[in-house]
Structure formats: structure tokens, C-alpha cells
Design a binder for this molecule. Structure first.
Ligand code: GTP
Ligand code: MG
Length: 195
């Protein structure tokens, strides 16, 4: 899946712009700045493929990436605080919700959670939306390189507790660092095993 060519396909600003649903897809959702675009870069081994930056609200479209004979990788705009004008943010938040509740070929949503902060109310909101839409989601802890083992364990406990209340949550979570490469092979294998 990730060995051959992974490429940017298109950026989508409205549901009508989604590519034909001729294959499965997985998406990366999470609060602004949690590390969605960086994770796609780590997974594909292509640093500049998805644009990442320190400015929350960097990704403002639904960005599609192709894998070799595998699912689309879908980079989503973040939710929560964003450094962009309110009307713009509201527009992409609406699109994000439509996408998460209305894409038939969406096989799994990865919900990224910052390993330092755990699950926040806005995450819960998205998880509830996914429950209602019956989209299986899996939590991925990001930026584990930034957290001490002790703090990480406390966050892990909180995340597991929160997940247990969501029927659409896949019980197993993945710990990653796009910076160090931890968990990336595991996540690749999970994506490759979906059918
Ligand atoms: P939006 O598109 O704004 O919603 O953000 P995003 O979730 O796509 O986050 P992005 O990948 O742009 O990363 C945000 C910042 O976090 C960047 O400065 C990244 O370099 C940094 N970052 C992402 N992943 C990691 C990680 O695993 N470790 C560390 N230390 N920094 C990371
Ligand atoms: Mg992004």
C-alpha cells in the first residue's frame, strides 16, 4: 500500500467534489494541530505530501491521497480552535460533519488525540457523531515523543475510559510519534488489513 507511489489526488471543499466512491477510504480526524497531516506524511514516507504547520487550521479542505491498490487516505480539516476567520471555519466544520456522517465508503475514521491532552469535549462530539453514523473509529495518540511515560499512562487511562462509552469505537488504540516514527508501522499494517 505504502511501498509504491502515494500521491495527492485532490482537495475538496464541498460534498459534491468528493471523488467517485470506487474504493474504500480511511480518514484522519482530530483537533486542529493534533498532527493529522504529519501522520499522513509519516505513513507515506513523504515529508511534504500533506501540508503540516504549527498554525492551527492549516488544513482547510478535505485532502485525498492515493495508495497503491489500497484505500484513499483522507486528511481532514481540524476541529476546535483554528487560526482562521469564523465564517471560513464554520464552512469547513459543516463540511467535515457532512463528510463524517455521509460517506458510504469511509471504512474507518482515525480520531487523533494529543498524548499530552487526552480526549476533550470537541473530540467527544465527533465521536458521538461517528456513533450515530455507525462509522467505526479508532483512537490514535499523537506526539508521544512529547510526553513522559507517567503522564502518558494517565492520559491512556482517560482515553480508554472515554472510548468505552462509544459503541462505534474500536477498542484498540495506537500510540504514535510522527517525529520519531513510533507506531507508524503498526498503523500502516492496520490500514493494510482493512477490507
Ligand atoms: P490542522 O491541519 O491545522 O488541523 O493541523 P494537523 O492536525 O494537520 O497538524 P500538523 O500535522 O500540521 O502538525 C501540527 C504541528 O505539530 C506541526 O508543527 C508538527 O510538526 C507538529 N507535530 C505533528 N506530529 C508530531 C509528533 O509526532 N511529534 C512532535 N514533536 N511534533 C509533531
Ligand atoms: Mg492538517
Amino acid at each position: 500500500l505504502f511501498a509504491g507511489q502515494t500521491d495527492f489526488l485532490k482537495g475538496v471543499v464541498a460534498m459534491s467534489g468528493l471523488p467517485p466512491d470506487d474504493r474504500l477510504e480511511v480518514c484522519f480526524a482530530g483537533r486542529s494541530n493534533v498532527g493529522k497531516s504529519s501522520l499522513i506524511n509519516a505513513l507515506t514516507g513523504r515529508k511534504g505530501l500533506a501540508r503540516a504547520s504549527n498554525t492551527p487550521g492549516r488544513t482547510q479542505e478535505i485532502n485525498y491521497f492515493t495508495t497503491t491498490d489500497g484505500p484513499y487516505l483522507v486528511d481532514l480539516p481540524g476541529y476546535g480552535y483554528a487560526n482562521a476567520p469564523l465564517p471560513v471555519v464554520e464552512k469547513w466544520q459543516k463540511l467535515l460533519k457532512s463528510y463524517l456522517s455521509g460517506r458510504a465508503t469511509l471504512r474507518r475514521a482515525f480520531v487523533l488525540i494529543d498524548a499530552r491532552h487526552g480526549v476533550k469535549d470537541v473530540d467527544e462530539e465527533i465521536m458521538t457523531l461517528l456513533d450515530r453514523s455507525a462509522v467505526t473509529f479508532q483512537a490514535v495518540l499523537t506526539k508521544t515523543d512529547k510526553v513522559k511515560a507517567k503522564d502518558r499512562d494517565r492520559v491512556l487511562k482517560q482515553v480508554r475510559e472515554k472510548l468505552s462509552k462509544h459503541p462505534a469505537a474500536y477498542p484498540e488504540l495506537v500510540l504514535t510519534s510522527s517525529e520519531k516514527g513510533d507506531g507508524i508501522a503498526t498503523l500502516r499494517a492496520i490500514i493494510a488489513s482493512l477490507d
